[in-house]
Design a protein around this ligand. Structure first.
Ligand code: UDP
Length: 316
């Protein structure tokens, strides 16, 4: 790991990577990059590279895990072994299980879960390259992948973090600021302005806390704008209207609600045997499931051991 920089902010008020304190790293996203997924998004944010893929809604197996009145959302955040300086041991760890849990919860206020009782929506977020802010990058990508999959949602979710270095609040921490700074405060905002995730590492004064919330909110609003733009670019042609924006998606949602589950794009798929087999692949401990005990160490009964629980691997 590199050493702690002497100063994070220079005499001109610029950060080590040349950004202003309230400036985010450049972000770009591309939808529909994984053809087998129902929805997907590749997102770059500074040096972070994240892939999100959504499968479902589809019938949930084993059936005992089904929820009678709503869809089950599972979210798996995973860092590729090669995504960081020191190789990470593959498979879930305490950090990734926690991030998966809070990320899933960040989507609960927006996904219209009651439309697909008994079904499951699987969200996979794979970090390919990490430079701090990977949980927020993954949430931004997952939000887009869910929209790309046509999952009925009240709106999008956007995430970003604020931290503190040299006694100053900074938006969207890079790795040095994250590792050596005094605070890391990731948040998510829904399109309605609702907060669906807050985490905090370090300390803020009350005043700093208020200011940090405002900075996160502004950052998330910018991200929501970019997300809407990316959706517009992908779907405007398909819907052949210049007026396409997220409001249209909201209208679809209302329609879907009133028609209940009919032939909508996101209708749960019938599961044939092949699909069932592939579903078993995702039945691993790293998937955080709603209404299940979290941080459960034991394998579910009758489930084959997942590959990721193989014995410790040698370090590179
Ligand atoms: N990191 C790492 N190894 C790990 C976990 C994290 O090198 O096992 C790095 C990675 O660059 C990550 C950063 O530390 O983005 C900050 O990690 P944190 O736990 O704060 O999560 P993040 O900010 O990525 O959501």
């Amino acid at each position: 790991m590199s050493d702690k920089p002497e100063k994070f902010i220079d005499e001109n008020g610029l950060r080590l990577d040349g950004r202003q304190v309230d400036e985010m790293r450049p972000m770009k996203m591309e939808l529909g990059v994984i053809s087998r997924a129902d929805g997907s998004c590749y997102l770059e944010w500074g040096k972070n590279k994240v892939m999100a893929a959504v499968y479902g809604p589809r019938e949930l197996h084993p059936r005992r895990m089904q929820k009678a009145d709503s869809v089950l959302i599972r979210y798996r955040y995973n860092m590729a072994a090669f995504s960081v300086e020191d190789r990470i041991r593959p498979g879930p760890n305490r950090r990734s299980i926690e991030i998966s849990k809070v990320s899933r919860e960040a989507f609960e206020p927006v996904v219209l879960t009651h439309l697909y009782p008994g079904a499951v929506i699987d969200v996979f977020a794979e970090v390919l390259q990490a430079d701090a802010g990977t949980r927020t990058a993954a949430i931004n990508a997952a939000s887009m992948a869910l929209a790309d999959a046509g999952i009925p949602m009240k709106g999008l979710v956007a995430a970003c973090a604020v931290g503190k270095v040299d006694g100053q609040l900074v938006l969207d921490l890079n790795k040095a600021e994250d590792n050596f700074g005094d605070a890391d405060f990731p948040m998510t905002f829904t399109q309605d302005g609702e907060v669906s995730l807050v985490q905090m590492d370090g300390n803020f004064t009350q005043e700093e806390f208020k200011q940090a919330v405002e900075m996160c909110k502004e950052g998330c609003q910018k991200i929501l704008g970019m997300q809407q733009e990316a959706l517009r670019n992908k779907f405007a042609g398909e819907l052949s209207t210049d007026e396409v924006d997220v409001e249209l998606i909201e209208e679809d949602v209302v329609e879907a609600e009133s028609d209940d589950v009919d032939e909508g794009a996101a209708e749960p798929e019938e599961v044939d045997e092949d699909v069932e087999e592939s579903q078993d692949d995702v039945e691993d401990d790293s998937m955080i499931k709603a209404d299940e005990p979290e941080f459960e160490e034991d394998e579910p009964e009758d489930e084959p051991e997942s590959e990721e629980d193989e014995p410790e691997e040698e370090t590179a």
